[in-house]
Design a protein around this ligand. Structure first.
Ligand SMILES: CC(C)(COP(=O)(O)OP(=O)(O)OC[C@H]1O[C@@H](n2cnc3c(N)ncnc32)[C@H](O)[C@@H]1OP(=O)(O)O)[C@@H](O)C(=O)NCCC(=O)NCCS
Length: 290
């Protein structure tokens, strides 16, 4: 067991996520992410859903404890030769003691030992502590990832409404694999999207424009659009705008949102249309060669 530093009451011990229940992992994550820019609402079920989609490696992902109290978490997802830091946090009582740096050094050393070539991560640019930590370890920014909010009173007239049909999300992932951008961030890769099961919902217009909606449950305040795709042969013919308008009409009771996962160079004008505002928080995708 690696001890990444001295906690006030003694050394930290670590457990791999494989040694913990999903309840223990979710509890440790919520505890360590206190005070984060966006509230960490993780349940065991949500944690498992994320794990499955993102290819979390339960032996590379760790929880650090001080006398059985979670002090830090580091979650690692892996595909091929690439590792990704999917989540990292140090509990408030343990911050600014070098623990974050040591936890990251362990994650990097282990990635080198298993002969990975690259480690990726995404961090909110407005989180100076984390950006400084990662930059200090040698991570370099690749690109910015933006999110968008939709005006809840966008195009809502029922008469304008084009009928959206439901489709298996796995089919949308296959189309994105064949016709989507080849260089998508981890959360938008077809490998991630292919794991979408209910409550995710796949919708399409005329089998030409597709949308993957994260959770259309009416109890949830916003409808998150996780992916959009227009078949290649039909681009620049307003299909993208039409499916957005159809989504706004379909979910007329709630605002739509796109998480801060969209690369800065990916159709910025498309999202900048009236009523679709870039969110104040954006992520940086960062990379280190190992
Ligand atoms: C970001 C976080 C993980 C840092 O952990 P930590 O254990 O406090 O960090 P360390 O003590 O190891 O500090 C290492 C480096 O990080 C940076 N850093 C850490 N806290 C910082 C702060 N409050 N302000 C500015 N830089 C900070 C510094 O570069 C520091 O190096 P230095 O001490 O030589 O200046 C911690 O603040 C945290 O858990 N925050 C909430 C969750 C979060 O933001 N996670 C990252 C998601 S991507």
């Amino acid at each position: 067991m690696y001890s990444p530093g001295l906690a006030p009451s003694g050394q930290l011990t670590s457990r791999t996520v494989a040694q913990c229940t999903s309840e223990e992992v979710a509890t440790a994550m919520v505890h360590c992410f206190q005070g984060y820019l966006v509230p960490m609402r993780l349940t065991p079920e949500r944690y498992e859903t994320r794990c499955r989609a993102e290819n979390l490696d339960p032996f590379a992902s760790k929880i650090y404890y001080s006398k059985e109290v979670p002090a830090a978490v580091a979650m690692i997802t892996r595909r091929g030769w690439t590792s990704r830091l999917a989540a990292m946090a140090v509990a408030p009582d343990f911050r600014r003691r070098g623990i974050g740096k040591n936890v990251m050094k362990v994650a990097l050393e282990e990635a080198v030992l298993r002969k990975d070539r690259t480690m990726l991560l995404e961090v909110f640019e407005q989180n100076p502590a984390a950006v400084s930590l990662y930059t200090g370890l040698g991570f370099r920014p690749l690109r910015k990832l933006f999110g968008y909010d939709f005006d809840p009173h966008g195009s809502k007239r029922a008469a304008d409404r084009e009928p959206l049909q439901e489709i298996d999300p796995a089919i949308i992932a296959r189309h994105i694999s064949a016709e989507g951008d080849q260089d998508l961030p981890w959360m938008l890769m077809p490998e991630t999207l292919a794991a979408a099961t209910r409550p995710f919902q796949g919708l399409h217009l005329n089998e030409t424009a597709f949308a993957l909606v994260a959770d259309p449950n009416p109890k949830i305040e916003k409808v998150v659009i996780r992916a959009l795709l227009v078949r290649k042969a039909h681009r620049r013919q307003r299909w993208g705008s039409r499916i957005l308008e159809a989504l706004e009409a379909h979910f007329a009771d709630r605002p739509l949102t796109v998480q801060a996962l969209v690369p800065e160079n990916m159709a910025p004008d498309f999202f900048h249309r009236a009523g679709r505002r870039r969110q104040a928080l954006n992520q940086l995708e960062m990379k280190i060669e190992l």
